[in-house]
Design a protein around this ligand. Structure first.
Ligand SMILES: NC(=O)c1ccc[n+]([C@@H]2O[C@H](COP(=O)([O-])OP(=O)(O)OC[C@H]3O[C@@H](n4cnc5c(N)ncnc54)[C@H](OP(=O)(O)O)[C@@H]3O)[C@@H](O)[C@H]2O)c1
Length: 337
């Protein structure tokens, strides 16, 4: 089968097309014929983890070494990227009950990656579900990463109707879904992003938008019930004054200092809380978002599509920082030509 492989770390040029062995599903796995995959934060990081120093790593330095070992010290261990997919099930292992051949699915292989290929296997218990019936594969593939991260992380903060919520990093993969989900939950949402994407975040339903290049939201006197910080670039000591007395500072990316703040606010019984959390990669987040999409409450936004052969171009486009929404890679199979 065709796949985009990267046998060395580096710029998008390391991505090239090759013939590789088609995977065979184990007893508990499904074999998916991939029709669409995407470019997201995880793909960019895994493609060049060599360049990610402990300082640049958006998580505690204690996790950097295991991540380095898992991604590969000098050369990538994951040579086929792609951690979102939409496609059709071509075969199922003998113990599979949740799916059957011909099912149209969308999913998040996560750190297993492998979706920049014509076929990929996933365990049936993995983060995979039937795709929204009203979306094409190209549209559906924009959802899994944001759906898993935003549903799971916002769920921990127990967001309530009428709350004031600020999403710092509202235009990215996690933030763009978080804005839509927070609106669905009935919150008043402020999205923070860069100048070119202010209109995009507004179009997702944000009530207000703040351009981080022009205004520091922590200094404008507004207070929020929940501040969801995707890149974790703020500090609790600074954010405190922007939180209501029972407010929560929720971080998707966090360093040791934020973990200490979380433990301290918890131990000291502080009313303002810090929450650093990892997302649960469960199929339930996908089925939840599928329903919202089918009811017209959440949108899938494709900024641009590239064929599999142009995966390097797709990565370059994302790294240029021009995207508004998701960048999709489509996979054409011989029978479709
Ligand atoms: N906790 C977990 O389980 C988990 C799982 C996966 C990923 N993560 C973390 O999530 C992060 C990636 O999130 P993502 O995929 O949404 O990233 P992304 O698509 O690259 O989006 C990044 C967002 O941050 C904004 N941004 C950039 N610089 C900013 C600044 N100085 N101030 C405020 N906002 C700024 C961007 O705005 P513009 O583009 O408009 O400039 C964009 O909205 C990584 O740090 C990763 O470690 C956490």
């Amino acid at each position: 089968m065709k796949a985009i492989v990267n046998k060395e770390y580096g710029s998008p040029e390391v991505l090239h097309i090759e013939e590789v062995v088609k995977p065979i599903p184990k007893d508990n796995e499904i074999l998916i014929q991939v029709h669409a995959t995407s470019v997201n934060f995880g793909d960019l990081m895994a493609r060049n983890f060599k360049a990610v120093s402990p300082q640049k790593f958006n998580m505690p330095w204690l996790l950097w070494l295991p991540s380095k070992l898992s991604f590969g010290l000098r050369k990538p261990r994951i040579i086929i990227l792609g951690n979102e997919l939409a496609g059709e099930i071509e075969a199922v292992g003998k113990d599979v009950n949740r799916f059957k051949k011909g099912d149209q699915v969308f999913g998040y292989p996560g750190l297993s990656f492998g979706a920049y290929a014509e076929y990929v296997c996933m365990p049936e218990t993995g983060a995979v579900a039937l795709k929204p019936s009203n979306l094409t594969y190209e549209e559906a593939v924009t959802l899994p990463y944001g759906a898993i991260m935003a549903t799971s992380l916002l769920g921990r903060a127990n967001i309530q109707r009428g709350q004031k919520v600020l999403i710092n990093g509202a235009s990215g993969g996690i933030g763009s879904m978080a804005v839509q989900l927070a609106k669905y939950y009935g919150a008043e949402v402020t999205g923070v992003c860069g100048t070119p994407r202010l209109g995009f975040v507004k179009s997702l339903g944000a009530d207000k938008v703040i351009d981080y290049t022009r205004e520091d939201f922590a200094l404008n006197g507004e207070t929020y019930d929940l501040i969801f910080d995707i890149l974790g670039r703020c500090s609790f000591s600074k954010i405190k004054r922007s939180l209501k007395p029972n407010g929560i500072y929720l971080l998707a990316s966090f360093k040791m200092k934020a973990l200490l703040d979380m433990w301290w606010t918890s131990l000291a019984g502080s009313k303002q809380k810090v929450m650093c959390a990892f997302a649960n990669e469960t199929p339930e987040s996908l089925t939840f978002v599928k329903k919202l999409v089918e009811e017209g409450k959440v949108k899938a936004i494709v900024d641009k599509s590239f064929p599999l052969e142009q995966a390097a171009e797709a990565h370059k486009y994302v790294e240029q920082g021009r995207k508004q929404g998701n960048v999709v890679i489509t996979v054409t199979h011989l029978a479709e030509i």
